[in-house]
Design a protein around this ligand. Structure first.
Ligand SMILES: Cc1ncc(COP(=O)(O)O)c(C=O)c1O
Length: 344
């Protein structure tokens, strides 16, 4: 048996493993065939999430990727355009599914911290009867922003984007993979954020610490359309109540504790700030810390020697994500590994 301490794995908050209590909740879940709509635990989860988000209906899906895709498929027609931030997850990390499956054009825009606003979107909204153009059908936002360092959409920005969308008959989708990080940090409710979006998704398998699953919520009609597309894509899961039980457990036990991840992210950043060679391109208000180094490969090699893992995000940028499986000891080891990698 090795005496070396466990790896401190800060590559992503998707790496969490279910706690013993979550495993028990899963093992004892009441289940049925969800493709028949007969899984009581899935039904309970969907109803609870719809209420939490202030929407008519919600649908449990296997992944955040599928939630985003269903939002687009159910609110667009092939040949239309969706507007996204250039760092948005669907544009960068979802294997081009909006083009391949949705037949959609993407208009990607720049914006500080991964955030778009009314003024940046306005010039690119196309609503016209002139058949030269691909019409804009959805504005897609991400809250919190992944490549934007876990930053949070200001409520006023969402309100202004909503107004722009309404003026032009466009839908708004929010990829809220880490919505509850925004909720815990700001004190706004999930419904406060969701009220400005036609559809909103969030993931149970990130900071909330469940093994699988995301939710998408919206109007009854939109979720009905999403349900059909979920089936089409092979996302109908049978006794999915085992997974929904983990998600329900996460809602009961893992929301408030996200504040601990944010506190550790702040302490990690404070531990590195001021070290020669360390620079921070943006604020880190939630569980994600982005920092820049001179040589990513060398830096990663050095921290890995000390059992600490992070993920490269470009030529100079590194991402560290704090989550359920990182305690204070892990935090201290991460800071020490970075200090020695910076040569301090
Ligand atoms: C912002 C954001 N959206 C969507 C996803 C996709 O989630 P999944 O991996 O469950 O498909 C991720 C995954 O990390 C993400 O960070």
């Amino acid at each position: 048996m090795s005496d070396s301490p466990a790896t401190v794995d800060l590559r992503s908050d998707t790496l969490t493993r279910p706690t013993e209590a979550m495993r028990r909740a899963m093992a004892t879940a009441e289940v049925g065939d969800d493709v028949f709509g007969e899984d009581p635990t899935v039904n309970q989860l969907q109803e609870r999430c719809a209420a939490l988000l202030g929407k008519e209906a919600a649908l449990f899906v296997p992944s955040g990727t599928m939630a985003n895709l269903l939002a687009f498929l159910s609110q667009t027609h092939p040949g239309e355009t969706i507007i996204l931030h250039e760092d948005a997850h669907p544009y960068n990390y979802e294997a081009g599914n909006v083009a391949m499956v949705g037949g959609l054009l993407t208009r990607t825009l720049a914006g500080e911290l991964g955030i778009l606003d009314r003024d940046s979107i306005f010039p690119y909204v196309i609503r016209t009867s002139d058949h030269h153009f691909s019409e804009t059908s959805v504005i897609a936002l991400e809250n919190t922003t992944n490549r934007g360092g876990g930053n949070i959409y200001p409520i006023e920005t969402l309100r202004d984007i909503r107004a722009l969308a309404d003026e032009n008959g466009i839908k708004v989708h929010c990829d809220g993979a880490r919505l509850f990080n925004a909720v815990v940090e700001t004190g706004h409710s999930a419904a406060d954020f969701a009220q400005y979006c036609d559809t909103i998704s969030f993931c149970f398998s990130k900071g909330l610490g469940a093994p699988v699953g995301s939710i998408i919520a919206g109007s009854a009609d939109t979720i009905n359309a999403a349900h059909r597309f979920r089936k089409m894509l092979g996302g109908g899961m049978r006794q999915a109540g085992f997974l929904a039980a983990a998600a329900l457990h996460a809602l009961d036990h893992h929301i408030d504790r996200l504040a601990e991840d944010h506190r550790r992210a702040r302490e990690f950043r404070a531990g590195l700030e001021g070290l020669p060679g360390a620079s921070f391109p943006m604020p880190s208000p939630t569980n994600i810390v982005l920092f820049d180094v001179k040589d990513v490969a060398a830096f990663m090699g050095k921290i890995q020697e000390q059992g600490v893992l992070m993920i490269p995000m470009g030529q100079r940028r590194i991402r560290a994500v704090f989550h359920l499986d990182i305690d204070d000891e892990g935090l201290i080891r991460a800071i020490e590994a970075c200090k020695s990698a910076f040569g301090s």
